[in-house]
Design a protein around this ligand. Structure first.
Ligand SMILES: NCc1cc(CSc2ccccc2)c2nc(N)[nH]c(=O)c2c1
Ligand SMILES: [Zn+2]
Length: 371
């Protein structure tokens, strides 16, 4: 194995672990902020480190279009380019092609599309996706896969899952083995348990350093997502990390950790933060709401972030209402800090065998309101 993953404690299906990589270690369960265009929007790398994040995400689709993978390589790779000292996981690009580009077409060869920036034509094959992620010097590389939007019929979901399995093999063949670097397979199959099991077993036969669960948070309910995890994670190796892609809100993270997920990414804390949504242990508030206009209290008096340590709700309300850049900076720092503190709480609860009590307390807090 090129990536060492050790599980130090379990609590039910949940695992407390540590993933050692060429660019540093990751304590799991972990939340990975999304740094789409070589930046976690509105945050310097130092501010991201201060939240407690150890690994961030980069995006093959965006970076291949601008500035191009070759240019990032010429400048020393993504770590050097964006001055991020820790591990970086990059997605393979297929998911963003289907959600962002125009005139995209999927075939056995890969996905062809036109750039949403300038209309230029591109062919993204499994081999090219792996090459791009190599040029970026991604610590963790994701296979190219096909994710279908739900609801979709079983035939369509099965075809996409089988294609993803064939692409997984091609990605494994193209991936250059380096100690401390890893390649993750992506389990597909919609909400169909038999297709999920078939996908997991097919990926395990090929063999990967970690296994992502893709194709969720694409329109299904939280109950359907959890039910799918219940019939997916038991088929995955105990000694390899599991990554639930594009998930989610805090209660999604708690429920998915209880079902054996170790890694998460989501644009919610950053994107909704810029739009004024603040996550707190007593639920969410929108700081743009008039009720905060003269509130001298911090967003969350228990929070250690720069926004809560130094500013009032009234001030952040003013900044966000005025569309000031500092408003995005403070809201993003707060939300990412809150997400990291939830993950820290989950890691400690698993290590001490009290995850059920932690989850109960978390849900009670979210429901308590009065924020
Ligand atoms: N909505 C869930 C979701 C999100 C992402 C994107 S996760 C991401 C986003 C930006 C940067 C890095 C990873 C996915 N990526 C792939 N490859 N496959 C999926 O099924 C999938 C499902
Ligand atoms: Zn805060």
């Amino acid at each position: 194995m090129t990536l060492r993953f050790t599980v130090s404690a379990t609590d039910g299906a949940a695992r407390r672990g540590r993933l050692e990589t060429a660019h540093g270690a990751i304590d799991t369960p972990a939340f990975m902020p999304v740094g789409t265009a070589a930046t976690v929007k509105a945050m310097t790398p130092e501010a991201v480190v201060e939240t407690g994040a150890q690994i961030i995400l980069g995006n093959t689709y965006h970076l291949m279009l601008r500035p191009s993978a070759e240019r990032v390589a010429k400048l020393g790779g993504l770590h050097r380019f964006m001055n991020w000292p820790g591990p970086i996981l990059t997605d393979s690009g297929g998911f963003q092609v289907m959600s962002l580009s125009q005139l995209n077409k999927v075939s056995e060869a890969g996905v062809s599309f036109q750039s949403h920036i300038d209309g230029a034509k591109y062919d993204l094959t499994p081999e090219r996706s792996i090459e791009i992620q190599h040029l970026l010097d991604a610590t963790i590389t994701m296979q190219l896969d096909e994710c279908v939007k739900l609801p979709a019929d079983d035939k369509r979901v099965s075809e996409a899952m089988q294609l993803s399995l064939r692409w997984a093999e091609r990605c494994k063949t193209a991936f250059k083995l380096r100690d401390g670097y890893g390649l993750f397979g992506i389990v597909q199959g919609g909400t169909n348990g038999a297709l999920r099991e078939q996908s997991a077993k097919g990926l395990i036969k090929t063999g990967f350093d970690g296994y992502a669960v893709g194709g969720l948070a694409v329109g299904e309910t939280q109950a359907e997502m959890f039910a799918t995890l219940d019939v997916t994670t038991p088929h995955l190796p105990q000694d390899r990390p599991r990554y639930l892609m594009g998930v989610g809100k805090p209660s999604d993270l708690v429920g998915a950790v209880q079902r054996g997920i170790d890694m998460f990414d989501c644009v919610m804390p950053t994107r909704s933060g810029r739009n004024g949504q603040a996550f707190t242990r007593r639920g969410t508030i929108n700081i743009r709401n008039a009720r905060h206009a003269e509130d001298p209290r911090p967003i969350d008096e228990h929070c250690r972030c720069p926004a809560c340590r130094n500013y009032s709700r009234a001030y952040v309300h003013h900044l966000v209402r005025s569309d000031e850049i500092l408003g995005s900076m403070l809201m993003t720092a707060h939300n990412l800090t809150y997400y990291q503190d939830v993950m820290q709480g989950l890691r400690a609860a698993i290590a001490e065998g009290r995850l059920e009590a932690f989850a109960a307390g978390f849900h009670a807090g979210e429901a308590s309101g009065d924020i």
